[in-house]
Design a protein around this ligand. Structure first.
Ligand SMILES: Cc1cc2nc3c(=O)[nH]c(=O)nc-3n(C[C@H](O)[C@H](O)[C@H](O)COP(=O)(O)O)c2cc1C
Length: 327
């Protein structure tokens, strides 16, 4: 079992975003950030025809594979799969509030059944891979610390030692998944209080962290931080994570080498994957850059013909010209 991965700075699992391609870019930008896959439903992990494409890790370690499910046998198989694809950790999603996920009996609705969550975590344990949980602090409109503590008390009996906490409730009906990331009130105190009750468990704080400096300040008071939308909007901030959070060298330079390494990787995937999924992580390089609309529309034109060489040239030229702005 792999141990000692440093989860001081984690990039949150995000469906549609933390794809194998995005994770490659994140890893080029930061050697140390702890990464997550998107949530993969257990049934897809086991049965999907494209599973290699979805589960693929590409040695972007340290990285956790996140699973959604509550069928104990399926979860057992998923843990073996995570181990065989060289993941560092398998993480159970008990935080997603979407209707589709509720219909499949996984995600945040499982917080109603803490015994089942404990059993799920026990099924994931195979003594080969670390098992962890990602959850909310409660359900519905009421803030109820006792509910959260009783939930953690039960799931901790499984022996898990790492819990990522999105520090707001999930509201299971009446609001959308994206509203569920803004409307329920954030309360970091729940995470501080639970840590004092269970000092042997690592609690990683997630939710509403808006800048690297804020993440850094919080990381002094918590076992680690997990950041989602900040990275979704601008993955290039990861270039500063190794020096800020891990005392590991200088900031990564955003230069032609990064473009070269990223394109070298996605060129091997172009026959089997949507060009948009391949390019969307790196398109965020234009975040906040004035007058980048023209460049983006040129890239769009070449995307239609799937011409990665021409697109790579455009990125190379852009990076060279905007070196000072990007770094
Ligand atoms: C587009 C998107 C997709 C997400 N998909 C997942 C997911 O697959 N699994 C999960 O546990 N959380 C998912 N989340 C929630 C994030 O992991 C995180 O808990 C949430 O965004 C709060 O962190 P933030 O405020 O730093 O963004 C998703 C969030 C976003 C924005």
């Amino acid at each position: 079992m792999k141990e000692n991965n440093n989860r001081r700075f984690c990039v949150a699992p995000m469906m549609g975003y933390t794809t194998p391609y995005a994770r490659k870019l994140y890893r080029i930008l930061s050697r140390n950030s702890f990464l997550f896959t998107e949530m993969i439903p257990a049934k897809s992990m086991i049965n999907s025809k494209n599973k290699d494409l979805v589960i693929e890790n590409n040695d972007n370690n340290p990285v956790a594979l996140q699973v959604g499910g509550s069928n104990l046998n399926d979860l057992k198989i998923c843990s073996e799969i995570a181990y065989s694809y060289n993941y560092d950790e398998i993480n159970l999603n008990v935080g997603c509030p979407s209707k589709a996920v509720q219909n499949g009996k996984f995600g945040a609705c499982l917080m109603k059944d803490k015994v089942l969550v404990r059993q799920c975590l026990e099924s994931l344990q195979n003594n080969k891979i670390i098992v962890s949980l990602k959850c909310r602090i409660g359900l519905g409109n009421e803030m109820n610390y006792e509910f959260f503590e009783e939930f953690i008390e039960e799931v901790s009996k499984s022996g898990i030692k790492i819990i990522y906490v999105h520090a707001r409730n999930a509201i299971l009906s009446g609001i959308s998944p994206s509203q569920n990331r803004t409307i329920p009130k954030l309360d970091y105190n729940f995470v501080q209080r639970i840590k004092t009750k269970f000092p042997d468990i690592l609690f990683i704080l997630n939710g509403g962290i808006k800048s690297l400096q804020e993440a850094k300040d919080l990381s002094n008071d918590y076992d680690g931080v997990m950041v989602g939308r900040l990275i979704q909007n601008n993955p290039f901030v990861l270039a500063r994570v190794d020096s800020m959070f891990y005392n590991d060298g200088k900031n990564t330079s955003i230069n032609e080498q990064i473009i070269f390494d990223y394109f070298k990787y996605i060129k091997t995937k172009v026959d089997n994957e949507s060009i948009f999924r391949l390019l969307s992580p790196i398109l965020n390089i234009f975040f906040g850059v004035p007058n980048s609309k023209i460049i983006k529309s040129r890239i769009n034109e070449h995307m239609k013909n799937r011409n990665l060489n021409l697109i790579e040239d455009i990125f190379m030229h852009f990076v060279k010209k905007n070196n000072l702005l990007l770094n």
